[in-house]
Design a protein around this ligand. Structure first.
Ligand code: NAD
Length: 495
């Protein structure tokens, strides 16, 4: 053990739903399996349609109660109490994230749990300080005062993925509650533990029953799908794969429900010859391999200006080979496993496909061997390819593993065109020391966010989301407030 995060056996062995302020078990259950060594961590209740309905009915009842009418500062106090509750059990949340995902303990501490807390505190501050909108208008009918009121949408269904479990779950639960909605949330079946701890926090602080409900289960033809189709749900906020987003869009069409989608990506990093070389290598290393490449913002396409190409490939290779892949419970580990054997099979399929498509494997491309229990885990080697054509499937499809393809480019217009030639549009990073180039290139890139000489830095007040198949709508700051509330304009004749 490298830190005071608890070993997995200190975590709950039975994970239950949380409905109407109570933990509720189910007859059916599934195994929550460690990606580090394949052992069963816990059994998880599998929601049937009755449990999903019970959670939604509880949320509807709570929605008609005091939560809806509560003033924003009071709701903000509740959010701060939730944040305090997570903070008080910080190490339990770290242990849950590490156990479910196998990520390095330092990352769970500095990113996942810290951001989980920040999500609640940020939206508490935002609703407390949100400005109103007022307009005075003189018309032939008289003088008018217009102002805008915000009402909650009602019951919001939250569906989240496994790659940053607590961070992405709370990124949606926090603003939904802040705006006065009640929530029925389904975490990924791969990572159910931190959401269960969050429900314990909600119970322990005495959040009114039904305001936050948690259901566990799978997606298609299971809890996720039933949540999207239920007429008692007013809006769905979803993070996950683009093809799941498409299925959910069809499911909500009949109910004409509001949706917010944060979907997949095939993000590019662009390194110009005038970049700070070491900073660019370091940035691309992090943007390609953080969390074993399982961050929606990771760069799987790297474009390097030709004069720098060979040197850059050699430097990134050396840094990649110095990564320590292994158990998060061992000192010095930088890179954990993929989330599951199923996902590993998908990534290894791309490793084979890259070779068939003509890639040069600069490093990696296989499965590491440990000679211990990690051999039953879902590890792959951090991998770099070169020499693939732009239309290769490995250059166009999201892989979601520790892998990047590096290609040379010759001029600015060319690289902008190649970066934009993608079905996705989530994020990009540009590495250059030229101020004018940075400001010229960044706005031309068709993504929701462009970093210049940085990666994965987020001010939670800024809009976040994707263009093209990477998403629908924006969340963050007032954009979240807009999504999670219904606006009514009141127009009063004053004279
Ligand atoms: P996924 O789409 O397989 O699953 C996400 C969630 O949706 C899970 O809770 C799952 O149970 C549920 N689900 C699956 N099918 C469903 C259906 N038919 N109806 C309702 N719910 C359903 O995604 P994943 O594999 O968990 O996550 C990885 C994906 O998420 C990657 O594509 C990644 O890029 C994307 N992602 C995007 C962002 C972003 O901000 N844009 C952030 C993180 C992850």
């Amino acid at each position: 053990m490298t830190s005071n995060a608890r070993a997995p056996n200190a975590l709950p062995r039975r994970l239950r739903h949380f409905i109407d302020g109570e933990f509720v078990d189910a007859e059916a259950s599934f195994a929550n399996v460690s990606p580090v060594d394949g052992r069963e961590l816990s059994r998880v209740a599998e929601a049937d349609a009755v449990a999903v309905d019970a959670a939604i009915q509880a949320a509807r009842r709570a929605q008609q109660g005091p939560w809806r009418r509560m003033r924003a500062p009071e709701r903000a106090d509740w959010l701060q109490r939730i944040a305090d509750g997570i903070e008080a059990r910080f190490d339990d949340f770290v242990a849950a994230e590490v156990a479910d995902t196998g990520r390095p303990i330092a990352q769970a501490r500095s990113l996942d749990v810290t951001r989980g807390i920040a999500n609640f505190r940020t939206f508490a501050d935002l609703v407390r300080t949100a400005p109103g909108e007022f307009f005075e208008t003189s018309t032939p009918d008289g003088d008018m005062l217009n102002y805008v009121t915000r009402k909650p949408l009602g019951v919001v269904g939250v569906i989240s993925p496994w790659n940053l479990p607590l961070l992405l779950f709370t990124w949606k639960v926090a603003p939904a509650l802040a705006m006065g909605n009640c929530v029925v949330a389904k975490p990924s079946e791969e990572t159910p533990t931190s959401a269960t701890l969050l429900a314990e926090v909600m119970r322990d602080i005495g959040l009114p029953p039904g305001v936050f409900n948690l259901i566990h289960g799978h997606g298609a033809n299971a809890a996720g799908e039933w949540l999207t189709k239920h007429p008692g749900v007013d809006a769905i906020t979803f993070t996950g794969e683009s093809k799941t987003g498409s299925a959910i869009m069809k499911a909500v069409a009949d109910g004409v429900k509001n949706v917010s989608f944060e979907l997949g990506g095939k993000n590019a990093a662009v390194v110009f010859a005038d970049a700070d070389f070491d900073a660019a290598v370091d940035g691309v290393l992090r943007s390609s391999f953080t969390n074993a490449g399982q961050v929606c913002l990771c760069s799987e396409r790297v474009y390097v200006e030709r004069p720098l190409f060979e040197r850059f490939v050699a430097a990134l290779k050396a840094r990649t080979e110095a990564l320590r892949v292994g158990s998060p419970y061992e000192a010095g580990t930088t890179t954990g496993p993929l989330i599951s054997q199923g996902h590993r099979n998908k990534v290894l399929g791309y490793f084979r496909l890259a070779v068939e498509e003509g890639a040069t494997v600069v490093t990696g491309g296989g499965v590491p061997r440990f000679g211990n229990a990690c051999d039953d885990g879902a590890f792959v080697e951090p991998t770099i390819w070169t020499d693939l054509p732009d239309d290769a499937r490995c250059v166009t499809e999201e892989i979601f593993g520790p892998v990047c393809h590096i290609a040379p480019f010759d001029d600015e217009d060319e690289v902008v065109r190649r970066v934009n030639d993608s079905a996705y549009g989530l994020a990009a990073s540009v590495w250059t020391t030229s101020l004018s180039r940075a400001h010229r290139v960044a706005p031309q890139i068709e993504t929701g966010i462009v970093w210049v000489n940085a990666w994965f830095v987020r001010d939670l007040r800024t809009p976040f989301g994707g263009a093209k198949q990477s998403g629908f709508g924006r969340e963050g700051g007032r954009h979240s407030m807009d999504f999670y509330s219904e606006l009514t304009t009141v127009c009063v004749k004053v004279a």
